[in-house]
Structure formats: structure tokens, C-alpha cells
Write a protein that binds this ligand. Structure first.
Ligand code: ATP
Ligand code: MG
Length: 394
């Protein structure tokens, strides 16, 4: 029954002069997401509103599902748009809307009229009362409840009259592409895909770097990361994924450095290499899935020592989150099932039995000196042999 959707957005409405940039990005992103849905859609801006209008047949559920992945959208309201042809006509339209939208008429309601156009000949209060009466007349089973109505019937007098009573929640956040770019260190775990999703939700476009260690890590482990990137791409758009062959770097660290320092040194090299690709891609920061205290390499001391090699800001959106809350987001964005597949990770293979939990920077730097000049060449080769894959949403 719906031919249009009214798109509500919140945060971007407060952006002053930049507002149109945010709105244009949102309009663009909505159009992009709807390309995957069968049907013809027109997305347009109108006085601080965005409308998605449909032409011919379309799949309602798929359309809503696609819109629920567009950051910046707070609410999706299936709406009936009617020309202003006088009050009697309007009342008829509302009555037939209610009839079609609610087959069972045993509900309480309230009419909430608003005039964005003050030249309408009735006040909002008058519209509320008069339309309410028409509904009660048409459907005697309904009741008015002005305090806790089950159905809130919105009537907005704009260039067209908007009639709607449902608001489906959107993902919130800011439109993608309005906040620069970041480089996500994406592993096959639970945390980093969630971290990428959260940063993208703030409007940041993302690229990703994955470190694998063939033959110690398998093709399947790499495919798992690609699959995770695909899931994140449903929200964050196409992701450029850099797959770094980390084996020789890791073996060299394993051979030369004290084993309790392996993890932290390896993490420092991951950051350095990710930063190389971040610079190349004009990213403004690195993004990781670290969270204080989760494992030995994520104590504040370890994070400080890892951070020390980075020149750009490192964003850690999960830093203060509990695992169960991270898992809840992973489930929501459908990465969880993939993340828990039991494929080996490059970090787990060379891990020491008793990694340091409170590394000392001077000590770690000294351990690293054992790597010698050879290390630079190994890092260089890792960079040069990196495979870049464009990962699109399915
Ligand atoms: P995750 O669930 O994201 O793998 P984790 O709890 O397993 O995180 P670590 O293995 O200590 O934690 O990794 C911390 C962060 O370092 C990850 O969230 C990710 O951003 C990055 N990272 C770890 N391993 C890799 C890898 N193989 N490739 C790319 N980034 C990685
Ligand atoms: Mg991990």
C-alpha cells in the first residue's frame, strides 16, 4: 500500500552550513543501497526531509532492510503522500489509510497534525479533533487515547500532505563519506569487524589490512576475513582490503626475540605496516578492535607500547566495552557466526605460553634491536607482495 518512505535523520540536521553536504551524502548513499533492491526508486530532498518514492512494483521488506543499513537514517516511515484538496478529501484519505494499514480496528489512537505550511485553513488542534472524529465514525471499534495511544497517526501539512503512523528504526550515525577515511586492522576475530562497523557509523569510509601467515594460516582463514569484510561492506560500502603476507616477518621475530615479547613486537610491526598502507590511501587514522584487559596484549601498558610506533591516531572504538556487548553488535551486523569459525589466526600460532602483560618500552625496543637490518628488507618485501582486493557487499 505504500509508494513512498519518509526518511528521518537527526544528527545531521544540526550541522549548520554543512547541512546540505550531509543531506546530499545521505541521498546519494540511499540511492546506492537501493540499487541492489528490485524496483525503481527516486530519492529526493525537500525542506529538511528526504523522501524515497517508488515507481511500480517493489519489494517492501527488502527496501526497508536496505534502508536500515544506511548510516544517518534514524527512522523510516512508510508514508502516504496526498495532494491538498481540502479537508474533506484529507479526512477520507486518512480513513482509507487507517483501514488499509490496520485490518484489526481494536486499537487506541491519537491524531498528531503538524503544519509546516501555516497557510492551511485549519489549526493543528482543529485537524486533530476533526480527523479523530472521522476515524471514530468510520471505525467504532477504535478509541481515542491521547496519553498512551497504540497508534499515533501523523498528519503533516507540507507541499504534499504526509500521512504515516509507523517509524521503523534506522541504524543512526552519520552518512558514510562525510568524515574522511580510516585504516581498519581486520582479523578474523569477533572484535575488529565490530570496530570497523562502529567507526563507519560515524561517517568514516574504511580500508582494511589483514595479516596472514601462510602456510601456518590457511586459505580458509583468509576467506573468512574476506567474508567478514563483505558483511561490514553492507554498511560501510566497498572495502579495499590489503592482505599482507606476514610469515617471514613473524618467523624472523620468532627466531631472534625473547618469546615472551613476541606478541607485542608482532603487534608493533602490524601497526607499522598498516600505517604504510594508511598513508598510501590517505587515511587519517588506524582502527583496531582492542579493548582494555581483554588479553595480555591489551593491557594499558601493552597498548602504550604498541601505540608508540604509530604516527597517526589509533581509534579503538571498543576500548571500554565488555565482550558481551561487542558480541551483541557482532550478532546484529551478522558477523558473529563467521567470526567464531575455528580457523587459525596468525597471532595464535607464534604466541608464547607466558606473554608479558606489562611490557616495558625500553626493554621491547632492545629486544627489537636483535632483529637487525634484515628486518627492514623483510618488512619491505611484505609490503611489496601485499595483495589488494576490493571487497563488495553481497
Ligand atoms: P579480534 O577479535 O578483532 O581478532 P582479539 O580480541 O583477537 O581481536 P588481538 O588478537 O589482540 O585481539 O588483536 C587486537 C586487534 O589487532 C584486533 O582487533 C585487530 O584490529 C588487530 N589484529 C589482530 N590480528 C590481526 C590480523 N591477523 N590482521 C589484522 N589485524 C589484526
Ligand atoms: Mg584476534
Amino acid at each position: 500500500m505504500y509508494k513512498a518512505f519518509l526518511i528521518k535523520y537527526a544528527e545531521i540536521a544540526i550541522k549548520g552550513k554543512n547541512r546540505y553536504l550531509f543531506e546530499d551524502a545521505l541521498v546519494h548513499n540511499i540511492s546506492e543501497h537501493l540499487k541492489k533492491v528490485e524496483g525503481t526508486f527516486h530519492v529526493r530532498k525537500e525542506n529538511g526531509r528526504i523522501y524515497v518514492e517508488t515507481e511500480g512494483d517493489y519489494d517492501y521488506d527488502e527496501t526497508v532492510a536496505a534502508l536500515q543499513k544506511v548510516f544517518g537514517i534514524v527512522g523510516i516511515c512508510p508514508v502516504v503522500l496526498v495532494e491538498d484538496e481540502g479537508f474533506e478529501r484529507l479526512a477520507e484519505e486518512v480513513v482509507s489509510y487507517v483501514d488499509a494499514a490496520y485490518p484489526d480496528k481494536h486499537f487506541t489512537f491519537k491524531v498528531d497534525a503538524r503544519r509546516a505550511r501555516k497557510n492551511y485553513p485549519m489549526t493543528s488542534m482543529e485537524i486533530n479533533a476533526a480527523v479523530g472524529e472521522k476515524i471514530l465514525e468510520a471505525f467504532p471499534e477504535t478509541k481515542v487515547d491521547v496519553h498512551h495511544p497504540q497508534v499515533m497517526i501523523h498528519i503533516e501539512i507540507r507541499p504534499m500532505i504526509n500521512i504515516y503512523s509507523t517509524e521503523i528504526p534506522g541504524p543512526g550515525g552519520m552518512p558514510l563519506g562525510t568524515a574522511g577515511k580510516g585504516m581498519l586492522l581486520l582479523s578474523g576475530g569477533i572484535d575488529s569487524p565490530v570496530a570497523g562497523y562502529m567507526i563507519a557509523k560515524r561517517g568514516v569510509t574504511i580500508e582494511a589490512t589483514y595479516f596472514h601467515a601462510p602456510p601456518y594460516t590457511s586459505e580458509r582463514a583468509k576467506q573468512k576475513v574476506i567474508d567478514l569484510a563483505k558483511k561490514v561492506a553492507e554498511y560501510a560500502g566497498t572495502i579495499k582490503l590489503h592482505v599482507v603476507n606476514f610469515t617471514d616477518v613473524q618467523l624472523h621475530i620468532y627466531e631472534k626475540c625473547p618469546h615472551e615479547d613476541l606478541t607485542i613486537i608482532m603487534r608493533r610491526y602490524m601497526m607499522k605496516i598498516a600505517e604504510h598502507f594508511a598513508n598510501e590511501g590517505k587515511c587519517l587514522g588506524l582502527i583496531t578492535g582492542e579493548s582494555i584487559g581483554q588479553v595480555a596484549s591489551q593491557t594499558m601498558q601493552s597498548l602504550a607500547v604498541t601505540n608508540e610506533v604509530c604516527h597517526m591516531p589509533v581509534y579503538r572504538p571498543l576500548i571500554a566495552m565488555d565482550k558481551q556487548d561487542i558480541v551483541a553488535i557482532a550478532e546484529k551486523i551478522d558477523t558473529y557466526e563467521t567470526s567464531i569459525l575455528p580457523y587459525e589466526d596468525c597471532c595464535t600460532i607464534f604466541v608464547a605460553k607466558h606473554p608479558v602483560t606489562k611490557p616495558n618500552l625500553k626493554h621491547i625496543v632492545k629486544s627489537e634491536q636483535k632483529l637487525g637490518e634484515e628486518m627492514e628488507a623483510l618488512v619491505q618485501t611484505a609490503i611489496e607482495t601485499t595483495e589488494t582486493i576490493l571487497v563488495e557487499a553481497e
